[in-house]
Structure formats: C-alpha cells, structure tokens
Design a protein around this ligand. Structure first.
Ligand code: SF4
Ligand code: SF4
Length: 430
C-alpha cells in the first residue's frame, strides 16, 4: 500500500491513462459544485468535481503522486456524473474517474479508510449468478428464521458499520425471483426483435421487473430475446477501475446476444450506462453499444393499452439514467400516460440517493446521509409511490424509507406500467 513515485512527466502510465484534453477542459468555474452530492454533504473542495479534476490533473502533470490521500478523495466520489450534466465545458468526469481509478487499482494503491474488503467481497459476489443465488438463499433463511429481526432489535451489528449497512439494505421480503422465458413473442403487429439484459441484482432481487419489461415490450410489438447464458455487464468493475475484468465481462456479455437483434434493451440504469460506453473502452464493440437503449426510450415510442391506476407517484432520476444516459423525460412521459396516475414533483430528483453501485456498502456514512435526504424529499412530495429505474436506487430508497418510518412503495416504472397493462391492483404490493 505504498504511494507510487510520480516520475516524469506524470504519475499515470499510458495504459488507459485519463485523457489530458478531458482534464484540461476544466476551467475551474465551480458551476458543478452545488450539483455534487459529496460536496453538499462534506463541504470540502477536494471532494467536489473541481477539486477532484484538479487532483487528477496534478497527478497527470507530475505535481502529485498516486497517494492514498488522492485515492481517498476519488473513493469518496459516487461516480454519479451529476457534474457532467452541470459542466458547461464538457469535462468527461465519469471516464476520467474510471481511468484514474484504473491506474490506482493496477498499482494497488489504497486509501486505508476505504472498505476494500467489502469491495472485494462485492466484486466477487454480484457479477456471479450462482454465488449470488446461494447468498440470497442464505439470506432468505436468515430472514425467515427470525434471526434478522433479533439482530435488528439488538443492534448487534452496530460497531460494524459496513456490515450493518449491508444488513439494513436487505429487503424486508423475500427476493422476487421470476424467470423470464428465453423468447417472448410479439403481440400483434411485429416491429422487430430486441435482446433484454436481465442483470445480476435485477435478475434475483427484482425478477418481476424483467418479466414486466418483456411483457411491455411484447405488447409494444417486439419479440423479446433474453439469452440464458448472459452474465454480468461489468459495470461494477468499470466503476471500481478494474478495467481488465470489466473488458472480459463486457466481451462475454456482448457475445451472448445475436448480432442481428435490432436493439439491446436495459432496465437497470447502471448497467445501461456501462453498455452504452462499451465503445469508448473497446472500439470494436461500438456497433453493439449503439444498439443499447433504456427500456423507457423504447416503450415511449409505442402506444400501450393502459388501464387506470389511481396513485400518486414521485419519480427519482437514477444518476446513470439522468446523467449517464441523459434519459429524463421518457420515464416521466410513460408514467403520465397511465390514466389516473398523478406524477408529483420531487425536489432534487436527480441528486444521488447514495446507492451508486456498491457505494452505500463502502461509504455508509455519506450514503446514509444522501439516502435520508432523498427520503425526506419524497415525504415532502406527498407521493405514496416512488419510481426509479435502477435496482440499487430501489433498495437504497426502500431501506431509508423503512428506517425513517416513511410509508412509501418503491417501484420500477415498468412495474407500474405493467400493472396498468393488466388491471388495477393486480400486482401485489411489496
Ligand atoms: S461524480 Fe458525483 S460525487 Fe463524483 S464529483 Fe461528480 S457530482 Fe460529485
Ligand atoms: S463545471 Fe466543469 S469546468 Fe466548471 S469547475 Fe466543474 S468540472 Fe470544471
């Protein structure tokens, strides 16, 4: 865990080095600061986008080594990319961050305060369906046996902050594993064939969202193909700077989809954002990346037969949808099309909820503060349902709603659409 000497001209080597043009694009205007969740919570310049770009540029120019202190400021970044949305100079913050984290990861330079054991555990678990399934079975037993209730009532994990954060994140109900047929035929006039990414966490914890996605796409005229062999998209590894593993996972995933498919549809914002960036990291995957769409981008192009659903909904912008993919209007437009549904404003709707991949397990203090702020805004909105297009956000918001005693249902927008496609109240409330 030693700092790497800067050498000359800079601390980075040429393998996936962050772009100098990208770093130099920052004109230090500070417009991004109020949009940055970690700056809002921590109030430190070096935990703001401007401060982090300054540090990365100093390292690139050899004025700073790859030190654990620099690593810590980057570890505290959520990678939410709200700064990219705010930046008038087009600083590609997400790619700069991932490339810089890659430089640290390869040289094993670590900040002592960061939860590296938890990160290793998460990276060794989430992308592997068999391991994740076993873990979820064990957790189901933990829940059903009553042990979870005992642990929670005794506060037994109090001293182990990261473990406690992981435990509290567990849904109060069993995982909603629902299997998706490999092929779902189009209903009515056929528009074409799309592939669907079933995701890792999504598949096991929110399998019903995948089923809803396929039903809605089929109702919109798409034949839906969900290859059984598909694995992880590598998003978690990308965000952690584990670039070789990310590339290997991305290539395996892309190879499982028929190149003749018209589109690749994703219903998890973090995965969709990573898939859309495959071309940046692997230029030969650019044709694949160009076909990737968030499910809302596809469904908004169709007229769906929807029945009334008289509920009040607030929409939370998942960071990797709003900032990573610039998808903001389509999910709102789809929700507004449901008769009887009232979409209310949510203050700071595109401010990160603190989930950010596995950030809420690694940095529970900052993530907890952001989660609480998000739930307070939801409470103020008066909505009884909050919709978000990312499984991490669903878990984080549900967790903090539980702990703050806010009675709100948390649902993916496609779950609400699918409910309206059937009959009012046909889907059980979780
Ligand atoms: S990615 Fe998010 S947390 Fe990181 S600097 Fe940008 S706005 Fe702040
Ligand atoms: S908004 Fe862009 S140019 Fe301005 S300080 Fe932030 S990153 Fe730099």
């Amino acid at each position: 865990m030693t700092a790497v000497s800067t050498g000359s001209p800079g601390a980075f080597d040429t393998q996936d080095a962050p772009s100098m043009d990208g770093l130099r694009a920052c004109v230090h205007c500070g417009i991004c600061l109020p949009q940055c969740p970690t700056f809002r919570v921590l109030g430190e310049e070096m935990d703001s986008p401007r401060g982090r770009v300054y540090l990365m540029r100093a390292a690139a120019e050899g004025r700073l080594g790859l030190t654990p202190t620099l690593a810590r400021h980057l570890d505290l970044c959520l990678g939410c990319r709200a700064c990219e949305s705010a930046c008038p100079s087009g600083v590609p913050f997400g790619q700069l961050l991932e490339a810089t984290r890659g430089q640290f990861a390869r040289r094993d330079v670590r900040a002592p305060a960061t939860g590296h054991a938890m990160l290793r555990f998460a990276l060794a678990l989430f992308p592997y369906p068999r391991r994740l399934r076993l873990m979820l079975l064990a957790l189901d037993l933990y829940r059903r046996s009553g042990l979870q209730a005992v642990v929670r009532s005794l506060g037994a994990l109090g001293p182990f902050e990261r473990l406690r954060a992981a435990e509290e994140l567990l849904p109060a109900r069993s995982a909603r594993v629902a299997s998706l047929p490999e092929v779902t035929p189009a209903v009515g006039k056929r528009r074409g064939r799309v592939g669907v990414l079933t995701g890792c966490v999504q598949r096991f914890l929110y399998g019903d969202v995948n089923v809803a996605t396929a039903r809605l796409l089929a109702a919109a005229g798409w034949e839906v193909v969900a290859p059984r062999a598909q694995g992880c998209c590598g998003a978690l590894h990308l965000h952690a700077g584990r670039l070789p593993e990310f590339r290997a996972m991305a290539r395996r995933l892309a190879a499982t989809f028929d190149p003749e498919l018209d589109l690749i549809v994703v219903n998890a914002a973090g995965c969709g954002s990573a898939l859309k960036e495959y071309g940046h990291w692997m230029p030969d995957l650019e044709p694949f990346a160009r076909k990737v769409r968030d499910v809302s981008e596809v469904l908004v192009e169709s007229e769906l037969p929807l029945r009334p659903l008289p509920i009040t909904v607030a929409y939370h912008d998942a960071c990797h949808l709003a900032h990573g993919q610039r998808v903001r209007s389509q999910p709102r437009e789809l929700l507004r099309r449901i008769p009887g549904l009232t979409l209310v404003d949510l203050a700071d709707s595109d401010l990160c909820c603190g989930s950010a991949g596995v950030y809420n397990l690694l940095e529970p203090e900052v993530a907890g503060e952001l989660g609480r702020r998000k739930v307070e805004r939801i409470r103020e909105s008066g909505a009884r349902v909050v919709a978000a297009g990312n499984p991490g956000c669903l878990m984080q918001i549900a967790r903090h709603s539980r702990t703050l005693g806010v009675d709100v249902e948390v649902a993916h927008p496609v779950s609400l659409l699918a409910r309206a496609l059937d009959a009012p109240g046909s889907e059980p409330r979780p």
